[in-house]
Design a protein around this ligand. Structure first.
Ligand code: 13P
Ligand code: SF4
Length: 304
């Protein structure tokens, strides 16, 4: 079957079965093309919550599908590939977080959405890369224990000097591949290019960036920018999507190493399999779901 034939069959099946397909911006071009909604973690979570469809197929990684299920328990939520996880979401266990809470008893726990449901259940509020600063600025807490991504955490600390932050030293193994030396090399080669970076990048990369934002933020920045050359400091699929959307502009990956293998697992075949034979349904114990929902609801309440 050709790629186009597979896409047509997917479009037919999702219409016939009334399935909403969400695809994170890191997904392959051909997968993004058949999705109803694409974007960053925050956009996907809100889209699923407001959707009328009873079935949602999440093309992304496990925590994204879990987030949809936590917010929309009445929906049947399918993850496109059962092995697609986020290594960062597994870095800190619920037991370790419970110990950290004892060390910082007065701190509110802010959990990056890239976490398991068990961790969200122990948090006071969740954040995404696009909502973190806004959510934490509105959070009624002076002290914040930020887990697990210390890079996003320190990005927030710089913008919220009135708050006291404590960190768990976790991070995204993909974004941490990019080094300061990559910035120096790329800036020397492309002196006119703007550096657009995800806040999961190392602090020195974030500090050197012309714009820092979520995956959707980076794409939206390009849309409104007059610049013609950009160094892209996030997963390399974003540079591919941007090249496709703006063929007249130049997009240079900050590092060839910025590849999230988990996000690449989903193919058109995965989507077709899920739509034709059911796929892996996400299920959560109700007490766990309700506990995790508190921190996600708080994020949406404060994030708008
Ligand atoms: P976004 O919320 O920016 O989509 O980030 C999710 C992610 O996993 C980035 O690595
Ligand atoms: Fe997780 Fe990093 Fe992949 Fe995002 S890029 S899904 S944070 S491993």
């Amino acid at each position: 079957m050709t790629m186009r034939a597979m896409q047509s069959e997917i479009l037919r099946l999702k219409k016939e079965r009334g399935v909403l397909v969400l695809a994170h911006s890191y997904e392959r071009r051909e997968v993004v093309e058949i999705a109803d909604v694409t974007g960053d973690s925050y956009r996907l979570a809100c889209a699923a919550k407001n959707a009328k469809e009873r079935e949602v197929l999440v093309c992304g990684v496990r925590f994204m599908a879990e987030t949809v299920k936590i917010l929309s328990p009445e929906k049947r939520v399918i993850l496109s590939e059962k092995n697609a996880g986020c290594p960062m979401a597994e870095q800190l266990s619920a037991e370790e977080l419970a110990k950290l809470k004892e060390i910082y008893p007065h701190a509110a726990v802010a959990a990056y959405v890239n976490t398991t449901a068990r961790l969200k259940a122990l948090a006071d509020v969740c954040v995404t890369s696009s909502s973190a600063v806004k959510v934490l600025s509105r959070l009624d807490a002076k002290e914040i224990l930020f887990v697990p991504d210390s890079h996003l955490g320190r990005y927030c600390r710089k913008r919220l000097p009135d708050k006291i932050f404590y960190f768990y030293e976790g991070g995204c193994p993909v974004h941490l591949q990019a080094q300061k030396s990559d910035v120096e090399r790329m800036k020397a080669e492309y002196p006119e290019a703007l550096l657009l970076a995800h806040p999961e990048c190392r602090d020195e990369i974030v500090d050197a960036a012309d714009y820092v934002g979520s995956t959707s933020g980076i794409m939206d920045f390009v849309k409104t920018s007059d610049a013609t050359e950009f160094i892209i400091g996030t997963e390399n699929t974003i540079a591919e999507h941007l090249r496709f959307e703006y063929p007249e502009k130049k997009f240079i990956p900050l590092s060839e190493e910025l590849v999230c293998a988990d996000m690449r697992l989903t193919t058109l075949k995965s989507v077709l399999n899920c739509l034709s034979s059911g796929g892996e349904e996400i299920t959560l114990d109700e007490p766990l779901r309700l506990a995790a929902k508190r921190s996600l609801d708080k994020m949406i309440e404060l994030g708008g």
